[in-house]
Design a protein around this ligand. Structure first.
Ligand code: NAI
Ligand code: SOE
Length: 394
């Protein structure tokens, strides 16, 4: 079976998730399209890189991603570093002829994302952006139902992504609160996942009208280091600095196909953990999903018998998307790890079969256009049309 060598840049939270997926993919999807070989992992210091190699099962480690990108033994570059590094690494990897998977958001904004899309297109390499939530079987099942016309023409999409890890003002000012590293706040970090799902399920978003809020204007400084996502609080004497990104946004949406909707995201909603939800109303039914109950898709079909009409639960399992590789009984439990395994499977399949995979850098770019438009709308207090922005990007 063909083996492909991976150079993974970054050894934090996502380094762990992607390494797990490389190890797990052949166990779930067999025969595996390819055997992913964990070749080299990169982090910023020798200590971090060495530890990541030991923990995540890589043969080698390095502290300079350029060296790995140009290593002829490497086939795939996996970018799991903070957002401001994605573009430079992805463009260099494409120029070196490597296939590239990058974590989300693809870039700091649409203009930068376009340079990445141009680079992978020119190089003819495969590319993917890691919006893994659409690989939750229940989300893929919603897509199947929509394609089969089970709820008819879509009228409304309502999406949320609510967390609470930054609601405490002593949660440190990690890279996720710094515009120059993150690009934006809750919008880029978690809102983009919902924008991806909205585009995947309903189609292109054409117009947005949004507000953003920064509820906690300064936080205790954290210089460097992985983002512990609020689990480690700063001491009271740590100096504070300004937060220059949004804590929350709420946006109205218009879709190309005529549907309307809304998306909101915040990391300051006490009691919410990974509350990624959507409800879709169509002319013939409705669908509802909540990632905190990710084995379940709630469905209501207009032609259900009158005496039993209402939302009911479909538990995903072997009969549903990706079921052939996952667990043999519905509701045994799909985890975050499985979404990453499925993502990896689809990426490797696209490499071996020479097909397009989605979401790719074009999808990542389209999501960035929506994110930029949300920020512009919030700043100007007007509806923003996305195609007008496209025209300004060369
Ligand atoms: P993290 O803070 O846990 O880890 C980042 C790692 O990258 C650290 O070990 C850091 O030292 C290393 N690093 C930074 N600059 C580097 C460089 N130039 N070369 C090599 N290593 C470098 O961050 P996390 O949570 O892993 O986030 C990484 C990316 O993954 C971000 O773009 C984030 O938005 C995305 N992400 C996606 C998730 C998803 O569900 N798809 C979940 C969490 C993060
Ligand atoms: C923090 O908000 C975070 O880790 C995001 O960066 C991820 O994209 C999301 O999947 C989980 O939460």
């Amino acid at each position: 079976m063909k083996k492909l060598n991976i150079g993974m840049i970054g050894g934090g939270f996502m380094g762990k998730a992607h390494a797990l997926a490389y190890a797990g993919m052949p166990m779930f999807f067999w025969p595996s399209p390819v055997i992913p070989h964990r070749h080299t992992v990169v982090d910023v210091t020798e200590e971090l890189a060495k530890e990541a190699a030991a923990k995540y099962g890589f043969d080698h480690y390095a502290t300079d991603w350029r060296q790995v990108v140009n290593d002829p033994d490497i086939d795939i570059i996996d970018i799991v570093t903070p957002n401001n590094t994605h573009a430079e690494i992805a463009i260099a990897a494409a120029k070196a002829g490597k296939h590239v998977i990058s974590e989300k958001p693809l870039a700091l904004g649409a203009e930068e994302a376009k340079t990445m899309l141009d680079a992978v297109t020119a190089a003819g390499v495969k590319h993917m952006v890691a919006f893994n939530y659409r690989r939750t079987p229940a989300v893929a099942l919603a897509k199947k139902y929509l394609e089969e016309g089970k709820i008819g023409k879509v009228l409304n999409f309502r999406g949320t992504y609510l967390q609470d890890w930054s609601a405490d003002p002593n949660s440190p000012l990690s890279w996720r609160f710094q515009k120059k590293i993150a690009g934006s706040g809750a919008l880029g970090d978690i809102g983009t996942h919902v924008v991806d799902i909205a585009r995947y399920l309903v189609g292109e978003i054409t117009d947005v009208n949004a507000v953003t809020k920064t509820w906690i204007p300064e936080r205790p400084v954290q210089t460097g280091g992985v983002d512990k996502l609020g689990t480690v609080k700063s001491a009271s004497d740590v100096p504070k600095a300004a937060v220059d990104v949004d804590d929350e946004f709420v946006s109205l949406l218009k879709f190309e196909g005529g549907a309307v909707g809304s998306i909101e995201a915040t990391r300051n909603a006490w009691g919410r953990n990974n509350f990624l939800t959507f409800e879709i109303h169509g002319e013939k039914g409705s669908l509802y999903f909540n990632y905190e109950r990710r084995d379940e898709l709630q469905v209501c079909f207009a032609d259900d018998p009158g005496d039993s009409k209402g939302f009911r639960t479909v538990y995903t399992g072997p009969a549903h998307p990706y079921g052939e590789g996952l667990w043999p009984i519905p509701a045994l439990g799909i985890g975050y790890g499985e979404t990453k395994i499925i993502e990896t499977y689809d990426f490797f399949k696209s490499i071996v079969e020479n097909t397009e995979v989605s979401p790719n850098f074009n999808d990542g770019y389209r999501v960035e256009l929506v994110a930029d438009a949300i920020l512009e709308s919030a700043e100007k207090g007007v509806w923003v049309n996305i195609e007008k922005t496209v025209a300004n990007i060369t």
